[in-house]
Write a protein that binds this ligand. Structure first.
Ligand SMILES: Cc1ncc(COP(=O)(O)O)c(C=O)c1O
Length: 457
């Protein structure tokens, strides 16, 4: 990677203001009313940094949408994409291509327990098709999902989603049973992991009974919950869940769209938890977002089922050669450059920074991280609620002026992250160095002086 001159300007063929205004006037932004959007003008990106047209260098502490895992503009991947474009850009899904064969074989090697793959264009489509597969395979219709989750923006995946992004799409597709998470928001059924898991399994089994066990096809879970709080499951939760679902013939689907592909320091997050799902879904990091691609991985029995039975699903861009070539190259880059090992090593560096800032800033409630998947919660006081160290500065689905001020400060100081409700993310590309992490946490350290002003003691 070449070093950037700090005062370098990146020409965009129009003024920054014209670019921003035209984007706002002629495009619709996601999850927001356009008038309230303040889009970040970007002209260029490289490694762990993004650059404004004026050359402001911004450390990407969210890998854009938690997805540019190998860093921006990696030359090896760009070369592989160009090669595939020169060779073969597109063929329809009922074909065999070398790149399809190579990637499927590679995924079967690196995604534990999964032997066969179906390719989509992103995470929502992967989850939609995973549910179709589970329903066809089991002959059952109902699906269990959790409140603190996000599974995509399409009709069905909105209903799988627990968080408030679901509300405007309701009533939506039927057949979804939403259940609590092991540790409900700001409340805990018990103090120790063991007690929480014991109680949870009683609760879940009772719910399954009420819903008719023989009508439930699958339970879908984010292996480590992402935007809804970076929630790492309690110890032994997954093996106990697997056992309970097996008892009733209910499949386990691990949504690894955000947590997978090296983010947590292992290729798949479920490798941390002593469990193999029946189906797993991937997207985002699969191509490091260099090209739209999602994938569903299934166990051998499910593959075998669809050898004898028609899979009622299809997409024009299923197995798009350019997407597949991108994923293949991204996985090789991760392997060759030890990036997943780096995510595991850097967890300890991130942990150290979080602990240091917690000791220094009264508004710092808690920092969680697994690999380079991290989040910091801000509190307004030290009144312990359930397991938490204090009341959240903003209510669920709400905001607080000091969080808005923090967000503006981080952006001005050159740190890109997502600030939502009472939390903000620490999800940089997994190639980040200790020096770059220190740079990010130095800006956060100064930013937390702002939220400290709202701490009530
Ligand atoms: C856990 C999870 N599942 C599914 C999705 C949906 O993926 P996509 O936006 O590629 O459709 C997301 C996106 O943020 C996600 O985080």
């Amino acid at each position: 990677m070449t070093a950037q001159s700090p005062d370098q300007v990146y020409p965009i063929g129009m003024s920054t203001q014209e670019m921003v205004d035209t984007c706002k006037n002629h495009t619709i932004y996601t999850w927001s009313a356009g008038n309230g959007v303040n889009p970040l003008p970007i002209a260029h990106a490289e490694g762990c940094y993004i650059y404004t047209p004026e050359g402001q260098k911004i450390l990407d502490f969210n890998a854009q949408l938690m997805s540019v895992l190998i860093g921006h503009q990696h030359p090896t991947v760009i070369a592989a994409m160009k090669k595939q474009i020169d060779e073969l850009i597109f063929v329809y899904p009922q074909t065999a291509t070398a790149v399809r064969a190579r990637l499927a074989k590679l995924l079967a090697e690196v995604v534990p327990g999964m032997t066969s793959f179906f390719f989509t264009l992103g995470g929502a489509e992967a989850n939609e098709n995973a549910i179709k597969m589970a329903r066809q395979f089991t002959g059952r219709q109902k699906i269990l999902s959790r409140y603190r989750s996000y599974h995509g923006g399409t009709n069905l995946t909105m209903m799988l989603t627990g968080d408030p992004r679901r509300w405007s799409s309701e009533p939506g597709a039927p057949g979804i049973i939403r259940v609590f998470d092991p540790s409900p928001y700001n409340f805990s059924f018990g103090q120790t992991d063991e007690e929480i898991v014991d109680n949870y399994m009683v609760y879940l089994e009772e719910t399954i009974q009420y819903e008719n066990p023989s009508a439930i096809a699958a339970m879908i879970v984010e292996t480590v919950t992402g935007t809804n709080g970076l929630l790492i499951p309690p110890k032994n939760w997954f093996p106990r869940l697997r056992k309970l679902l097996d008892k009733y013939g209910i499949l386990l689907i691990c949504d690894e769209v955000m947590a997978g592909m090296g983010r947590t320091g292992k290729m798949m997050a479920y490798e941390h938890f002593d469990v193999i799902p029946d189906i797993t879904t991937m997207a985002k990091g699969l191509t490091s977002s260099y090209f739209p691609l999602g994938a569903i991985g299934v166990r051998q029995e499910i593959h075998d089922f669809f050898q004898k039975n028609t899979f009622y699903g299809g997409l024009t861009y299923n197995s798009h050669p350019v997407g597949l070539a991108t994923a293949e190259s991204v996985i090789h880059v991760m392997q060759d450059q030890g990036m997943i090992e780096n995510a595991s090593k850097m967890q300890h560096v991130m942990r150290g920074h979080m602990d240091r800032l917690q000791a220094k800033h009264p508004s710092f409630a808690e920092g969680r991280c697994i690999g380079l998947f991290g989040m910091i919660d801000i509190r307004k006081n030290s009144k312990a609620v359930g397991r938490s160290r204090g009341e959240a500065i903003a209510p669920y689905n709400g905001s607080h002026p000091k969080m808005n001020e923090l967000s503006a400060f981080l952006r001005k100081e050159g740190l890109f992250t997502f600030v939502r409700w009472s939390s903000f993310t620490c999800n940089p590309p997994i190639c980040i160095t200790p020096e770059q992490l220190a740079e990010g946490f130095d800006i956060i350290d100064r930013g937390l002086d702002i939220t400290d002003q709202a701490f009530e003691g």
